[in-house]
Design a protein around this ligand. Structure first.
Ligand code: HEM
Length: 236
């Protein structure tokens, strides 16, 4: 007798293995019901935030795996994992634009239900902020063990191809975080205004200051150093 392939075999209560594996019953019950919504736009607001949290969780996971690879001196696999994490981070940025579409008066109805809820407490974003400097430490430790300076891997980038690729990927991370913060700032300015106080008491201007934050400042500063040295070596 042939097996009925439509019959679920995984544990769980979902009607199919697809639903059981992805736990869609639970996942899709994590949003407010129609009756609970303070405004019909609120479902979009919640879905965008929840989807962003999932993607940031996935990205932080891959970044931690990349860190372990760096510690082990496996730079090419580390770069691959960083690339995957960055692919995930593209989406929270793209999804910010969806919320630009919520108009200020409507947003204030949603905002009234947020309590002191603030993106400053985003577990996904905090996980990214936590892991990034640890990747930097692992990278610097590899340079130290090899007796190299970051400048060496840029000057001799063909010789240190994998390390150079890794450094560039770390720069990409910083750039993505800044792009997120920039688009998020524009979103906040459009929806609640740039001169107001957020739900946790933080002025929106603070978002502008936080945009200056870099995890790998030394790699950015290196560009200044290279340009200054190149300029200095030019004939008058
Ligand atoms: C209408 C939409 C949004 C508005 C008006 C808004 C507004 C704000 C404001 C005012 C802050 C400053 C802190 C505070 O709340 O007092 C903040 C922080 C933050 N929000 Fe949002 N936000 C929106 C959507 C989002 C979305 C979709 C995400 C994605 C997860 C997000 C993630 C964050 C993060 C990570 C921070 C901390 C930023 C940092 O450390 O630089 N926000 N948001």
């Amino acid at each position: 007798m042939t097996e009925d392939l439509r019959k679920p075999i995984l544990p769980g209560t979902g009607a199919s293995d697809y639903e059981r594996y992805l736990r869609t019953d639970e996942l899709l019950s994590l949003q407010k019901s129609r009756e609970q919504l303070l405004h019909p736009d609120e479902l979009t607001f919640q879905v965008v935030h929840q989807a962003s949290e999932l993607l940031m969780k996935g990205a932080a996971w891959e970044l931690e795996r990349a860190r372990v690879k760096i510690v082990a001196g496996e730079f090419a696999p580390a770069t691959r994992l960083l690339r995957r994490a960055h692919g995930m981070l593209e989406h929270p940025v793209a999804m910010l634009h969806i919320l630009e579409n919520i108009t200020p008066y409507d947003y204030h109805l949603i905002r009234a239900g947020l309590g002191h809820g603030s993106g400053l407490d985003s577990p996904g974003f905090l996980a990214l902020l936590h892991i990034a400097p640890r990747i930097g430490d692992a990278f610097q430790e590899q340079l130290r063990v090899k007796g190299l300076k970051a400048d060496d891997i840029y000057r001799r980038h063909e010789e240190f191809f994998d390390l150079h690729e890794l450094a560039e990927m770390m720069l990409d991370f910083d750039e993505r975080m800044q792009v997120f913060r920039f688009h998020h700032l524009k979103l906040a300015q459009r929806v609640i205004g740039g001169g107001v106080i957020g739900t946790m008491g933080t002025p929106v201007e603070v978002l502008q200051q936080r945009m200056q934050h870099l995890a790998y400042r030394e790699l950015w500063d290196l560009r200044n150093q290279i340009t200054a040295e190149t300029n200095a070596s030019m004939p008058e």
